[in-house]
Design a binder for this molecule. Structure first.
Ligand SMILES: Nc1ncnc2c1ncn2[C@@H]1O[C@H](COP(=O)(O)OP(=O)(O)OP(=O)(O)O)[C@@H](O)[C@H]1O
Ligand SMILES: [Mg+2]
Length: 255
């Protein structure tokens, strides 16, 4: 069973950036393969990883509902066909595979396909030692997009009063979801050179939220976003990536 790391947080805090860096860390430092899951309907993980994605799981779900999937071989069941199509949509990128979930379902009954999907995702992730899930903003969706268990939930927040408040809400919400979260860690991202202000620290302390690590606001990360370069190619001395390495290394051992 894959050690599952889910990344959550308010919009724009740096979830996708962190997901890409965690994937980089695991694949490069442990040498083990990762199943990267883009669970954000507004999918951007492929861009952060420098990968093209042409077909999402949602596309397959829609095609199934509209009976557009073609039975290419006689005797093949619909279930096998859907499995095959999802397998085909998984982008193999050497040290990691990327599956992009796509938009949530529209009106219509998707139970049959969704059940198949959940079953298939379980089988797929079981073949990997690690799975990293980049989520959409908020927490409500986590239960829909995982198999009900997360080993490490990384909550990303900006070091502001609003960031501290929303991190507290996300923590609270994560406790009420039908997802077993083994461990949680709060990461402050885009920390300015002057550090985290006292007011923010105070609020985090009052909310009972210990900070697991800080990631600095980083010009190279910003530059990569502007030019659309893969974060996997960030310079080895990059400070933001260095922080991610350090904090991820506490949960994942390289041996
Ligand atoms: N440490 C950092 N230093 C500088 N810029 C950063 C840092 N982390 C993230 N960013 C920038 O902030 C923006 C938002 O980051 P990102 O897309 O990772 O956030 P997100 O939480 O995934 O957003 P969304 O909620 O839209 O999915 C991007 O332009 C990214 O390059
Ligand atoms: Mg994102």
């Amino acid at each position: 069973m894959a050690f599952t790391i889910a990344i959550s947080g308010k919009g724009g805090t740096g979830k996708t950036t962190l997901a890409a860096f965690v994937i980089k860390f695991i694949t490069e430092e442990t040498g083990k393969p990762v199943l990267a899951v883009d669970a954000d309907p507004n999918a951007t993980l492929h861009d952060a990883l420098g990968v093209d994605v042409s077909r999402t799981v949602s596309d397959i779900r829609e095609e199934t509902l509209e009976n557009k999937l073609k039975l290419t071989q006689s005797g093949i069941s619909k279930e096998r066909l859907i499995e095959y199509e999802i397998q085909e949509s998984v982008k193999e990128c050497g040290r990691f595979d990327l599956i992009t979930m796509g938009r949530p379902e529209g009106p219509g009954c998707y139970c049959y396909v969704n059940n198949l999907l959940r079953k298939y995702l379980g089988t797929l992730s079981a073949g990997f030692p690690f799975a990293v899930i980049d989520n959409e903003a908020g927490m409500e969706h986590l239960s829909r997009r995982t198999n009900g268990s997360v080993d490490l939930l990384l909550v990303v927040a900006e070091p502001t009063v609003v960031g501290a408040n929303s991190a507290r809400n996300i923590y609270r919400l994560s406790e009420s979801l039908p997802v077993a979260v083994r461990e949680k860690a709060l990461i402050l991202n885009k920390v300015p050179p002057a550090g985290v202000r006292d007011e923010v620290r105070r609020r985090l302390r009052a909310g009972g939220l210990p900070v697991a690590g800080n990631i600095p606001a980083d010009e190279e990360v910003m530059e990569f976003a502007v030019t659309g370069k893969s974060l996997l190619d960030i310079s080895p001395t990059n400070k933001a990536y260095g922080s991610v390495k350090m904090l991820t290394g506490r949960y994942i051992k390289a041996d």
